[in-house]
Design a protein around this ligand. Structure first.
Ligand code: GLU
Length: 476
């Protein structure tokens, strides 16, 4: 399809939530897949909020996930004069009118209707008013909604929507201070920006008929609409921060990869057979808003972790190196990258876990696990550590791989009449101070002979010290 123009139109809440990112992604995919345009508009008519920060926060998130937009950002706050012109035009054409009804009277009217159990509508008393307007009342401007027939549109997700004229109000398009209203400016902007397809949350469904009234009054073509159901938590309730409704950049801080997050989001509301894994290329190839689901989607934290582990596992060393500084780790030696990265990738689901394991492996042991110490502090292990250091001293060349280390440990064990498999727990104690981490042979290969010896020496000290204290206690 040609000439698709979509947009993302966030209200500046300060940062981008994942629900917003999903909406942006759907719009982005549809435009990009069709060689169209994806535009960004900041809906900042509420001037108390800071739109520049919001833009930066959105750009930061877009940048991280690798999404971009076309052209200049449109700020509604900079377009008041333009909106005023359209209010004028509608007034001139008799499609809008000043309404002088006071707030208090409106309120009283509404309460009265509600008390009778009726749905309240403004009674349109100023629609065809000719005469002298009441003095001292600053009027609002209302649009003339159709009195008969219906507003019809075919939503790409919800299907045919028909809204009876009876249900429509002559709603306000400009307040008494001249500030235009939400639905009015959205329709004008979408029309002027040439938006062909509006993909947005279905919390906006009830706004659409009003926006269509504006399009029609101004003779603008009505775009296609896709109202996407909400993302719910596993209990079927609105997503809270605890469930994952947090800033996109918090996902980065928690160690998620943008590929995983986008893949996760595209599946919240859209599917292609049973496939779960979609690269950006595949999303662009396959995404079509007409296949968006009409049922709400459910946020599944386990699935996000699973996807993240998948994408983490697929990262090459270069990509990992580029990411490490953000998580406070420096890029290790090539040997470490070659020997440890594959193992750490397998053992971690997030980059935070990855860095934790990497640091555990590379940082000197700070403390030894007490329970492990109780098991390890035997005379046999003291002999073993000493003998192993002597053995390491005889080695002429550095280890190239975990296999090299395994061969040496086996040779050493044979020579001393020991069982190789019994040596790994004490070695883990010596090299890491506790359980967890990576395979011991890989770790030795990565650390090299000198660091391995140093750690074993330190562990020996801890064993001797523990034994001396133990002896003192015994002798008391
Ligand atoms: N500004 C609205 C929001 O952040 C979106 C409006 C629209 O997409 O039409 O929810």
């Amino acid at each position: 399809m040609n000439n698709i123009v979509t947009r993302f139109a966030p209200s500046p809440t300060g940062y981008l939530h994942i629900g917003g990112l999903r909406t942006a992604l759907f719009n982005y995919l549809y435009a990009r897949a069709n060689g169209g345009k994806f535009l960004l508009r900041i809906e900042d008519t509420d001037l108390a909020r800071n739109s520049i920060d919001a833009k930066d926060a959105i750009l930061q998130a877009f940048n991280w996930v690798g999404m971009d937009y076309d052209g200049e950002v449109v700020y509604q706050s900079q377009r008041f004069a333009l909106y005023a012109k359209y209010v004028e035009r509608l007034l001139k054409e008799g499609k809008a009118y000043y309404c002088y009804m006071q707030k208090e009277e409106l309120e009283a009217n509404r309460k009265e209707a509600e008390a009778k159990g009726k749905v309240w509508h403004y009674d349109r008393r100023y629609r065809d008013f000719i005469g002298t307007p009441p003095e001292g009342v600053k009027p609002v401007v209302r649009i003339k909604a159709p009195l008969e027939g219906e507003v019809y549109f075919k939503d790409g997700i919800k299907g045919e929507m028909r809204i009876c004229a009876k249900e429509l109000d002559d709603f306000i398009i400009a307040r008494s201070d001249g500030v235009p209203t939400y639905n009015f400016v959205v329709a004008i902007d979408d029309a002027l920006m040439g938006i062909t397809d509006v993909i947005r949350g279905d919390d906006h469904l009830s706004n659409t008929p009003k926006q269509i009234v504006v399009y029609e009054a101004l003779g603008f073509p009505v775009p296609r609409f896709f109202h996407v159901p909400m993302i719910l938590n596993p209990e079927g309730k609105k997503l809270s921060k605890r469930d994952g409704a947090m800033s996109v950049m918090e996902y980065k801080a928690l160690g998620y990869l943008p590929q995983a997050l986008l893949n996760f989001l595209v599946r919240l509301g859209w599917s292609h057979g049973d496939t779960e894994i979609f690269s950006m290329r595949e999303m662009l190839e396959l995404f079509n808003p007409n296949n968006l689901n009409s049922a709400p989607s459910s946020y599944n934290a386990e699935k996000l972790l699973w996807l993240n582990a998948h994408y983490l596992n697929a990262l090459n060393a270069e990509s990992i190196n580029a990411i490490l500084p953000f998580y406070g780790a420096s890029v290790p030696s090539v040997v470490v990258q070659e020997v440890l990265y594959p193992e750490i990738k397998e053992r971690s689901k997030t980059l935070v876990e990855f860095v934790e394991i990497l640091k555990k492996c590379l940082n000197p042991v700070e403390s030894f696990d007490k329970k492990m110490l109780q098991k390890v502090k035997t005379d046999e292990n003291i002999h073993f550590f000493n003998a192993f250091i002597v053995y390491l001293n005889t080695l002429k060349k550095p280890f190239q791989s975990a296999q090299d280390v395994e061969v040496e440990i086996a040779t050493f064990a044979d020579f001393h009449g020991l069982k190789a498999k019994n040596l790994f727990m004490p070695l883990r104690y010596a090299l890491l101070g506790s359980s967890g981490g990576v395979g011991i042979s890989s770790l030795i290969a990565a650390l090299g002979i000198n660091e391995t010896k140093e750690r074993i020496l330190k562990a020996l000290e801890s064993l001797r010290y523990a034994k001396s204290i133990g002896n003192e206690t015994d002798s008391k």
